[in-house]
Design a protein around this ligand. Structure first.
Ligand code: B12
Length: 221
């Protein structure tokens, strides 16, 4: 009897990663799409795809940029490709059952990084929430106004650049003043060292990655 070796999702992702990174750095959108399809065909879960392929590759793109091995143009193209992939995957992300709950997510004022925040929205959508992304560089005043208008069940704030920490703290204080009980999730690379101890407010939750976030979302049900 012929034996077939089935790769685990982790093995599939590890095997495809070098090709994906090379295609991303070359700006080859079609190859990135093809490799993503291959992962889906191998039943790789979306969260694993996001973290072990897209996020891992973008972190590497960041290093290549940091050490001047690629141009800003390469970096932007790579990000645009990943954002395109997220858009393509979006129909697969939306859960058919809706929970009648809403989260508003924004990257803090001055913060131009938005891919992580979009992934966070997708995790909520997968669990039947309506997740509204306000975009990069969300002015705190507009965030507050939108919360008043749309009455979300939670707010998410993303911070990639540590220098924007003061803006996040200001947003947290203003949100808390206007909405004393509103759960607020915070995350992003800028919080890596300080996120877990940033706030003593029991309704402010720091989450470092999508797996922990998923457990947190499930606990809200
Ligand atoms: C693409 C990119 C850009 C693009 C962003 C475009 C876009 N559409 O987003 C542009 C060109 C605008 C940019 C600009 C800059 N960038 Co930049 N950028 C990157 C890069 C290469 C990828 C970012 C990304 O998408 N990562 C992938 C996502 C999926 O990962 P993530 O953001 O960490 O998100 C995950 C978790 O953190 C978490 N998470 C994130 N947000 C949230 C929110 C909540 C609520 C929760 C629960 C979880 C959560 O979940 C996500 C999924 O696991 C990174 C490299 C890197 N290491 O990420 C540098 C990087 C983030 N950039 C950096 C820097 C320094 C800059 C600039 C200051 C450069 C400059 N001198 O101009 C500017 C700052 C602009 C600004 N005002 O914000 C540094 C930041 C260092 C730091 N932590 O302080 C990095 C790390 C590069 C590096 N190696 O030095 N950048």
């Amino acid at each position: 009897m012929a034996t077939e070796t089935l790769n685990s999702p982790d093995q599939t992702l590890a095997g495809l990663y070098p090709g994906f990174l090379a295609a991303l750095l070359a700006g080859d959108r079609r190859e990135c799409e093809a490799l993503t399809e291959q992962c889906l065909g191998a039943r790789v879960p979306i969260l694993a795809l996001y973290q072990q392929l897209f996020q891992r590759a973008l972190y590497q793109v960041g290093e290549e940029w940091q050490y001047n091995r690629i141009s800003v143009g390469n970096e932007r193209l790579a990000t645009a490709i990943v954002e395109g992939l997220l858009n393509r995957l979006y129909p697969r992300v939306i859960a058919p059952h809706r929970r009648g709950r809403r989260i508003i997510v924004g990257s803090v004022e001055g913060e131009l990084h938005q891919v992580g925040a979009k992934m966070v929205c997708d995790v909520f959508e997968m669990h039947g929430w309506e997740a509204l992304y306000l975009g990069a560089d969300t002015p705190t005043a507009e965030l507050l106004r939108t919360v008043l208008d749309l009455h979300p069940d939670a707010v998410g704030l993303s911070l990639s650049v540590y220098a924007h920490l003061g803006t996040l703290l200001d947003a947290l204080a203003r949100l808390r003043c206007a909405h004393p009980d509103l759960p607020v999730l915070i995350g992003g690379q800028g919080l890596r060292q300080v996120g877990a101890t940033l706030s003593t407010d029991p309704k402010v939750h720091y989450t470092a990655n999508l797996d922990t976030l998923e457990r947190f979302v499930t606990s809200l049900h």
